[in-house]
Ligand binder design. Structure first.
Ligand code: T4K
Length: 420
């Protein structure tokens, strides 16, 4: 008998054999060439310069700046702190307008500094900030707009740049997802006053943990560089002081090694995206979120949108179905930030487009460790669940009347514990 799933009874949720023996996770780090990584680490150890702007970090910064098409790159220990450095460097006070459909880090970074995130609705077609909605959200306290290139899809950068210029406010982009993406053929990294990349382990290029501020504003870059190193080098008295947000040479060694295979990883991700589209075409109520074919994208997130009205299947129930099969999907991003504490109880905010999309999206596994066969199996599961969505929902309701679908933390139990 083959392993194809054809009916509800084949699903692990209803007693069938799990589709995967080993967990298949969203966010698995893309493997790197270990010999190259170890050679770089050995070189750093021999060089006896392990952090504080060492040669590997400088090389990493140059290569990132090159891809982003900018003059300046300051590598940092993560993207969250990079966003904070920018806010400090720009001496922001008051309100920062941003989308709610993003990872909590975008909002938390700003709030941690005593600034007020003001959540604004998105363009339902791109999932990114809608300049018209931003205009409506401007107040006398607005000092900046922080756009997010969601899943690597670019914001309306021209619309936001015009708005920021008209309003006389700063414009920054959280480009955590968008390394290597373009907008109208121009690389992400050069828009607004500055942009921030993440090189977290789950990202298309990673340095274990890491981030970077990229900008063509030399003065801003100088301030960020000083602030990320305790404020050393800032002329006069800076109200911001400074912090320690430097990238280490070990992280830079990983970042450089990861960059070496960046194009290969993107090619693999792109193929994965095509496989998902082919496998899921015609499955009722399931749409693979697409990318503009005329632009470059890193395809690091594979997002599906589940329309419950068509499939009879709620996104959260699909998450449970997949979890029972050992497929760990992620709700990127749900709840949206304005539905999360500490924001929810501070200000009542209704963002209809954000709420609608947030309730429907699910990230499925991709990356260079995910094969075509893995995708075929994941899509079998999704197909069975969506084509029998109504019946599946009814069976689940009977099994747990009034129950919530969601498993509390999808990754719990999938980390390895090292002993000895
Ligand atoms: N802005 C935006 C728009 C962002 O998406 C992020 C981060 C940031 C800013 C802040 O960037 P950093 O300060 O982190 O540089 C993960 C990542 O930790 C986070 O970096 C990322 N965005 C976010 C979208 O995803 P969680 O809470 O989902 O992490 P976790 O531990 O549940 O892992 C996610 C998946 O990856 C799981 O399936 C497990 C898998 N995984 C994870 C790690 C760390 C692995 O297989 N191996 C690993 O080493 O946030």
């Amino acid at each position: 008998m083959d392993d194809m799933k054809r009916d509800l009874g084949d699903l692990a949720l209803f007693g069938g054999r799990a589709g995967f023996l080993q967990p298949l996770l969203v966010g698995r780090p893309n493997p790197v060439d270990r010999a190259r990584l170890f050679a770089r680490l050995t070189w750093a150890l021999d060089n006896q310069w392990l952090t504080n702007g060492g040669p590997l970090t400088q090389e990493f910064e140059q290569r990132i700046a090159h891809v982003a098409g900018v003059r300046n790159c300051v590598a940092t220990c993560n993207a969250t702190v990079a966003l904070q450095l920018l806010a400090h460097a720009a001496e922001l006070t008051g309100e920062v307008i941003m989308p709610a459909l993003t990872f909590a880090a975008t909002a938390h970074a700003v709030r941690w500094l005593g600034l007020e995130p003001v959540f604004c609705d998105i363009d339902p077609l791109t999932g990114c900030l809608d300049p018209q909605q931003v205009r409506a959200a401007l107040s006398p306290r607005t000092r900046a707009v922080l756009g997010v290139h969601l899943w690597g899809r670019p914001c309306d950068v021209d619309g936001l740049e015009k708005l920021a210029a008209d309003a006389g406010i700063r414009l920054f982009f959280d480009a955590a997802h968008a390394f290597g993406s373009t907008s109208a053929g121009r690389p992400i990294g050069r828009f607004g006053d500055a942009e921030v990349f993440s090189f977290h382990a789950t990202k298309v290029v990673h340095s274990f943990e890491g981030g970077a501020v990229v900008t063509d504003d030399d003065e801003l870059a100088h301030r960020v560089r000083s602030l990320h190193n305790f404020g050393i080098g800032l002329e006069g008295v800076s109200s911001a002081g400074g912090t320690n947000a430097k990238m280490s040479e070990a992280s830079a060694a990983m970042g450089l090694t990861s960059l070496d295979t960046f194009e290969e990883v993107v090619r693999h991700n792109r193929k994965n995206h095509e496989h998902y589209r082919t496998e899921l075409s015609g499955v009722p109520g399931v749409t693979v979120v697409g990318f503009d074919e005329n632009e470059q994208n890193n395809y690091q997130y594979l997002i599906v949108e589940i329309d419950e009205e068509i499939s009879g299947l709620h996104r959260d129930l699909l998450l449970d179905v997949l979890s029972a099969e050992n497929v760990v999907a992620q709700r990127y991003f749900s709840p949206a930030c304005h539905q999360l504490e500490p924001y929810r109880s501070r200000r009542e905010t209704h963002l209809p487009h954000t709420e609608r999309l947030s309730a429907r999206v699910l990230a499925l596994p991709t990356g260079s460790t995910v094969s075509r066969e893995d995708i075929r199996r994941v899509c079998d599961i999704v197909r069975v669940a969506a084509t029998h969505g109504g019946e599946l929902t009814a069976r689940r309701r009977r099994a747990s009347p009034g129950g919530r679908w969601r498993t509390p933390h999808a990754t719990a139990g999938f980390q390895q514990t090292r002993v000895g």
